[in-house]
Design a protein around this ligand. Structure first.
Ligand SMILES: [Zn+2]
Length: 67
């Protein structure tokens, strides 16, 4: 039996099923990138795994784009 440490994931606020820690769940679930630019709080609404760098928009615009 392999011992499993309960403290393996120390940062509990991170979703274990989301490898990136700063992604807008609502935007990501709509099939978009969803990366969050933390300094500005903006969100990338380009397609999932898009080429090039992220294009961040206001969270309000990101919500509109995710619909
Ligand atoms: Zn992006």
């Amino acid at each position: 039996m392999i011992p499993i440490s309960p403290h393996r994931h120390e940062r509990r606020e991170e979703r274990p099923d989301l490898p990136s820690s700063h992604v807008s769940e609502a935007v990501a679930m709509s099939g978009r990138c969803g990366n969050i630019h933390l300094p500005s709080g903006r969100t990338c609404t380009l397609t999932e795994r898009h080429d090039g760098s992220c294009e961040f928009v206001d969270p309000h615009d990101a919500e509109d784009a995710s619909r």
